[in-house]
Write a protein that binds this ligand. Structure first.
Ligand SMILES: C[S@@+](CC[C@H](N)C(=O)[O-])C[C@H]1O[C@@H](n2cnc3c(N)ncnc32)[C@H](O)[C@@H]1O
Length: 345
């Protein structure tokens, strides 16, 4: 079964990597069928059903997911529709066309929607168009010079990230990361429900909130007692009363009574936020060296640092393989590099 993921355009590659990482964490095999701008079509080794809802619940950078129907060249539209069997859409449906980055200007969106509507009506004599409360939605994404059709199964609910937006939390910290990026980091670590995740630079708990939101367990540590108290208050404010242990301590010398499955963290990057005598670069380098004492062999570590604070060699020397990394521009003076790594067995 081929499944289409229509992605947020916030980053060119991170949303795609997030989808693949979440499928891996659910042990679902897949092959890439189409890899286009803001759109990914994967052939899944699994009858989707409820799986799609679970995957949708996890993703931060996906807008909607559906059953892939067809792909057409704009020059073959609408004629090419005649060769494709219309899907069954129930009693009420809507056709929606989305244009990605000015693609396919020769086609007007309303025209595309009208033609697709006609195609569906010809194959479903008892259905009718309902723009406000449709039972089904046929989506056409115009991207990378192609028209991709899918039958929407889930609209990803991204409002939960708005509610947790940094400024909306009871306790805020200027260096907190956006909840969407925090969630994507948890996902890139292939975190599974029930996994034990360590964030040794807890701050006010932005990553911690996402760890608990997907049903994993957390050990959070911060050198500042004030931060640990504020993180705890934030977790409680969002309804998390258990599943976590918070420690006041130095990330370089934590005493954990067991190894964790994942490390997901955002160390301090400003000179003001590290102890006297330490540079942020030195702190993260030392932390990467120390991380294998906290993490199980084969465990994943996802760590976000300013782009030039770490080089790949540091991971290799500490026993990690770098699987991938993503540069995420925050503002003029900060581009984060999100390193996705795995500790050798
Ligand atoms: C960038 S903030 C983390 C932000 C967090 N990801 C969030 O979204 O709220 C880094 C945190 O690391 C803490 N910190 C600095 N040095 C530390 C150390 N050696 N061990 C543990 N925590 C430390 C700081 O107190 C600060 O709260």
């Amino acid at each position: 079964m081929k499944v289409a993921f229509y992605l947020s355009g916030e980053h060119p590659s991170l949303p795609k990597a997030e989808v693949k990482a979440v499928l891996e964490s659910f042990n679902v095999g897949f092959r890439t069928h189409l890899d286009l701008e803001s759109l990914l079509v994967l052939e899944l080794d699994y009858p989707p059903g409820s799986l799609i809802e679970k995957v949708a619940d996890r993703l931060a950078y996906t807008r909607s997911i559906g059953r892939f129907l067809a792909v057409l060249d704009p020059s073959d539209f609408p004629t090419g529709l005649k060769r494709i069997r219309p899907p069954s859409v129930g009693r009420r449906f809507r056709a929606t066309a989305i244009r990605v980055r000015g693609c396919c200007r020769e086609l007007r969106r309303v025209e595309v929607e009208r033609e697709v509507g006609g195609w569906i009506l010809r194959g479903n004599p008892h259905t009718k168009v309902d723009l406000t409360h449709p039972e089904s939605e046929v989506v056409v994404v115009m991207t990378s010079g192609l028209l991709v059709f899918y039958l929407r199964e889930v609209e990803v609910d991204r409002t939960s990230f708005k509610i947790k937006e940094v400024a909306a939390r009871p306790f805020v910290h200027p260096a907190s990361m956006r909840p969407t990026l925090a969630r994507a980091m948890v996902n890139l670590a292939r975190t599974r429900e029930g996994d034990l995740v360590l964030d040794p630079f807890l701050g006010v708990g932005g990553i911690a909130l996402e760890v608990l939101s997907i049903g994993a367990r957390l050990i959070g540590a911060d050198i500042s007692e004030k931060m640990v108290i504020e993180a705890k208050n934030n977790l409680i404010a969002y309804g998390f009363l258990e599943g976590f242990e918070l420690i006041v301590g130095d990330a370089l010398s934590l005493e954990l009574d067991r190894k964790v499955d994942r490390i997901v963290t955002d160390p301090p990057y400003g000179r003001m936020s590290v102890a006297v005598g330490r540079s942020p670069e030195g702190l993260v380098r030392d932390f990467v060296g120390r991380a294998p004492t906290y993490l199980k062999g084969g465990g994943w570590m996802v760590i976000s640092v300013p782009k030039d604070h770490l080089d790949e060699g540091v991971f290799g020397e500490s026993g990690f393989d770098v699987v991938e990394y993503f540069d995420v521009r925050e503002h003029r003076s900060l581009t984060r590099r999100v390193w996705v790594t795995r500790l050798r067995e």
